[in-house]
Design a protein. Structure first.
Length: 299
């Protein structure tokens, strides 16, 4: 330590052999001992066999008592330090492995499990990848889905551990890897797509009093609207539901076109039958039918 200031002295304290290993594990606590004793410095020799104290004579007298007390607590301090270091290494290794998408497991003492989890799961959350995004508050219900159906589907994806939503429209996803979190985000993000509909088919899509379009919304979980002054249908919702809505819309249009085609065929057939002098009632009985009246089959 070279030449010491005149008011400082150096004193050596021998570490009991059975405590040398523990002292090496806990030497980061020595500055606290030095501070309490008002020492200039308190250092452990490289071999862990001696404590070297530097300070005023009065401080050196005080530190001797503190060191004896410290010796008494060393085994417990060393045990806690060892646990903490072990947990830190395991968490670091887990984070590194997690970033590679490989699942690992490790075991800790039950009484230390809370330290691993952290307050309100803070450590677990930090150990995982978090992806968050925001949607309009009035669209949050579509993200969640009926009885949480969309959240449950996204949370069932491999690697996804938790999905939370906030009233301000924020959605947070925790997963083992960024790719897995992004996949869940893609499932839950609100997208908007449009479908062009012929002018003469818009009314059928909307339905009387909006009944048809309301049914499409209910079945798909999307918001479906007609753009003003345009035969364009706008569909907003989570990606999977938008695809469902487009399929339902296409089915509805195909049904309309099939119905119109049948009406055309019926109209043509009715004209032909009338030209043949055969009375025709397309709604006879339960379906379409012919009524021949008094005309006989001539064979």
């Amino acid at each position: 330590y070279g030449n010491l200031p005149a008011q400082f002295e150096k004193r050596i304290f021998h570490v009991p052999p059975k405590l040398e290993k523990d002292m090496l594990l806990t030497q980061d606590s020595l500055p606290k001992v030095a501070k309490v004793a008002q020492l200039f410095a308190l250092n452990l020799s490289p071999d862990g066999k001696q404590l070297v104290a530097l300070g005023a004579p009065r401080s050196l007298e005080t530190v001797e008592t503190l060191i004896n007390m410290h010796y008494g607590r060393l085994p417990q301090l060393a045990k806690m330090s060892s646990w903490a270091n072990n947990l830190q290494h395991q968490v670091s290794d887990y984070n590194e492995t997690l970033s590679k998408g490989i699942q690992v497991s490790f075991k800790v003492d039950q009484d230390l499990l809370g330290m691993v989890i952290g307050s309100k799961g803070a450590n677990i959350k930090r150990a995982q990848i978090q992806v968050s995004f925001k949607v309009d508050q009035d669209l949050l219900g579509m993200v969640i889905g009926s009885k949480g159906a969309n959240i449950k589907r996204a949370q069932a994806l491999q690697g996804v551990s938790r999905i939370d939503t906030r009233k301000d429209g924020t959605v947070m996803v925790w997963a083992e890897t960024k790719q897995q979190a992004e996949r869940a985000r893609e499932m839950l993000e609100i997208v908007t797509e449009v479908a062009n509909v012929a002018e003469n088919e818009i009314g059928f899509i909307i339905g009387k009093g909006g009944r048809q379009i309301n049914e499409l919304e209910k079945l798909s979980g999307c918001r479906i609207t007609k753009e003003r002054d345009s035969p364009v249908i706008s569909i907003a919702g989570v990606r999977g539901n938008v695809n469902k809505a487009k399929a339902l819309l296409q089915y509805t249009l195909e049904t309309l076109r099939e119905q119109r085609e049948k009406e055309r065929v019926i109209s043509e057939l009715t004209g032909e039958l009338r030209n043949l002098g055969l009375p025709y009632d397309p709604f006879q009985g339960e379906g379409y039918g012919l009524r021949f009246g008094g005309v006989q089959n001539r064979g």
